[in-house]
Design a protein around this ligand. Structure first.
Ligand SMILES: Cc1cc2nc3c(=O)[nH]c(=O)nc-3n(C[C@H](O)[C@H](O)[C@H](O)COP(=O)(O)OP(=O)(O)OC[C@H]3O[C@@H](n4cnc5c(N)ncnc54)[C@H](O)[C@@H]3O)c2cc1C
Length: 614
């Protein structure tokens, strides 16, 4: 049984080395999968097999912190395939990008760490009952368990007015949230400008679940200043004495098998590069099979296993185990790059791009930054993709129009903008969400608009945190097992999203032109100052909006069955036994934050739920 890497769960690279059965099988060794596997194996009572599509990799593309996107420079680190053409985006397709190595998306993400607002998590639970364990109070202990918080240095906190509240964070996890020792000087100006905007609050970090302008940490281990992600946090260093724990890499799960009582008994898997089912192997689970293959692949595996919308499954000749219409519907992601971009003239500060080692940077600045990082791991190269910005309520963004936009959205028929032929339960689920989201649009305790500041020029990274359009992730009927699923963001299919995005552009202009930032001679480069009418702004959005900022969720939603749900509050799949989902796909709606912090918290809570029923 080969393992060439010391001190972690035994890595198997050949199906022939896998035992015949385990207590638990975890499909996908990503962010959630490795967290759950660690928790299930730590008391030594249960045996666990993790099956991961990607390889074990530990090279600098994954571990390097600088700029936060180096994982994307090596295309072997991730899945990347075209989405369905987006009819409302001038038929553009975009690359669907999710992690494809041990550690999953946590190995390639931008390392920004923040949680959503209290209201977001309370809304999740509200679809079940006022007493649901999925609420802010139900998740707070798991946010603390999931993250080890390291405050900024006193100097940095003073220089940049960084506030934090350690009471909302933990100190025991091996997943680290820390601040770099350097920040780009212009960030002071960008953050101070928010003080001039009525209604903007300044809560510390994001710990208490409040919207506003704040600083947040990065998933960086502050000792070595390397990416902190699920593999080093929950897998490296798990001593080889956990003989109950095996990991097989470079294999992909095709489907789950069920017995006559609809209990999930085993999974079928092949090498990741296989092109047919010849030689497929089966491994049995005594207690439970846990799907943690992420928002894009978990619904595909469920559908291939006969759990999904029956018309889809029958179309591909798959026997229906459970007709579960919600599998692959309710797909959401944060839409990106939808504001106005401003160029600052006479900019006296270092720009982020000056430091890029890709041939276009400034050689002197790069040499200085590299020397500083080599000396003591400080300076600009300790910054990932960013630590500051604003998460703002819609009434702050559009004080005169927010009510009318929310009212118009609430008055829509729930079915009007969902895919034609959507199941009544899926429509009912969206109706419930619509009511809650209309409330969110009117709330001063939730955030809809996100500006993430980089301290550079040009600047304007705007994220729509609660898109109202809903997409689908469905297997490819002509080749369910060996082609990627059909990913349709259905971006802007709900016209209310455009109403919101137009307001985002107007607000972003005010931010640059009507605050202290005007002193830096900002010049609108995109869409351009002459794009003044809603029609001109909309034309720009359709040509430029990216429907994903890599935060896909919702395709195995934790919602009541009558509301199109796929898993219940214990994360078990409806209609079958012994099968659960623990990954970002269970989020019923996006939080007003990027998704990794919440995914780890779900995994920690999920592991406790699984142990409780063991
Ligand atoms: C480029 C990028 C940047 C991001 N930036 C940020 C950020 O700055 N801040 C933030 O909060 N969030 C960010 N995110 C989002 C965040 O990382 C994800 O929400 C989170 O990691 C999702 O975790 P998961 O467990 O659901 O899925 P993943 O971590 O993606 O894990 C799924 C795993 O399943 C494996 N798998 C898939 N199919 C199969 C199969 N059939 N058989 C076996 N294994 C399979 C995959 O290889 C993968 O390892 C980013 C994501 C990406 C991709």
């Amino acid at each position: 049984r080969g393992t060439s890497f010391p001190a972690h769960s035994a890595i198997l690279t050949r199906g022939a080395d896998v035992d015949a059965e385990y207590d638990y099988i975890i499909v996908g060794g990503g962010t959630a999968g490795l967290t759950v596997a660690d928790r299930l194996t730590e008391n030594g009572r249960y045996s666990v097999l993790v099956i991961e599509y990607g390889p074990f990799k530990n090279d600098s593309s994954i571990t390097t912190v600088a700029f936060g996107f180096q994982g994307l420079l090596d295309v072997t680190n991730y899945f990347n395939f075209p989405s369905q053409p987006q009819v409302n985006l001038n038929n553009r397709s975009i690359g669907v990008i999710v992690g494809g190595v041990l550690g999953g998306s946590s190995a390639i993400n931008g390392m920004q760490v923040m949680r959503g607002q209290k209201e977001d998590y309370d809304r999740w639970g509200s679809y079940f009952s006022a007493r649901s364990p999925w609420s802010w109070d139900g998740l707070l202990p798991y946010f603390k368990k999931a993250w080890h918080f390291h405050p900024p240095t006193a100097q940095l906190a003073r220089d940049f007015d960084i506030k934090y509240d350690a009471r909302y964070w933990g100190t025991t996890s091996n997943i680290h949230a820390s601040f770099p020792t350097y920040q780009y000087p212009f960030l002071k100006e960008e953050m101070a400008a928010f003080k001039e905007i009525p209604g903007v609050e300044f809560p510390p970090d994001s710990g208490a679940g409040r919207p506003g302008a704040f600083w947040w940490p990065a998933s960086v281990d502050p000792g070595p200043v390397l990416r902190s992600f699920s593999r080093p946090g929950h897998w490296d260093g798990i001593s080889s004495t956990r003989r109950n724990y095996h990991t097989i890499t470079e294999h992909k799960v095709l489907k789950v098998l069920f017995d006559r009582t609809k209990r999930a008994t085993s999974v079928v898997y092949v090498p990741s590069n296989a092109t047919s089912q010849a030689g497929a192997r089966t491994v049995k689970a005594r207690k439970e099979i846990i799907l943690s293959a992420g928002t894009i692949h978990t619904p595909q595996i469920l559908q291939r296993s006969g759990v999904g919308p029956k018309s889809l499954l029958r179309g591909a000749g798959i026997d229906v185990i459970v007709d579960l219409p919600g599998v692959g519907s309710n797909f959401q992601d944060h839409a990106f790059s939808v504001g106005a971009t401003f160029q600052l003239n006479n900019f006296p500060f270092p720009k982020v791009e000056d430091l890029y080692p890709f041939g276009t940077g400034n050689a002197t600045l790069i040499a200085a930054a590299e020397a500083q990082f080599a000396l003591n791991r400080t300076g600009p190269l300790s910054v990932a993709s960013g630590n500051a910005g604003a998460f703002l309520p819609f009434p702050v963004i559009a004080p005169t129009t927010y009510r009318a936009i929310a009212d118009r959205y609430e008055a829509q028929s729930a079915a009007a903008y969902l895919p034609a032929g959507s199941d009544p339960t899926v429509i009912a689920g969206y109706a419930a969400q619509k009511k809650a989201l209309a409330k969110l649009l009117r709330s001063r305790d939730a955030s809809v608009y996100n500006f993430f500041a980089r301290g550079t020029t040009p600047e304007s990274s705007i994220v729509h945190l609660h898109p109202l359009s809903r997409g689908t992730v469905l297997f490819n009927v002509s080749d369910p097992f060996f082609s990627e699923p059909l990913v349709d963001y259905r971006a802007l299919s709900n016209p209310a999203d455009l109403d919101i995005l137009v307001e985002f552009t107007k607000f972003t202009r005010k931010y640059w032109l009507e605050t202290r930032l005007r002193n830096w001679a900002p010049e609108e480069v995109i869409p351009g100052a002459n794009a003044t009418t809603p029609a001109a702004i909309i034309a720009y959005i359709k040509e430029n909006l990216n429907p994903s900022v890599f935060h896909p969720i919702g395709t195995s939603a934790m919602m009541p069955l009558s509301l199109g749900g796929v898993v219940d509050e214990t994360l078990q799949v409806y209609g079958v036994k012994g099968l659960s989902v623990v990954d970002a796909s269970v989020m019923p709606e996006l939080p007003g934050a990027y998704t990794q912090q919440t995914t780890y918290a779900i995994a920690e809570k999920g592991a406790d739920l699984i142990k409780a029923r063991s």
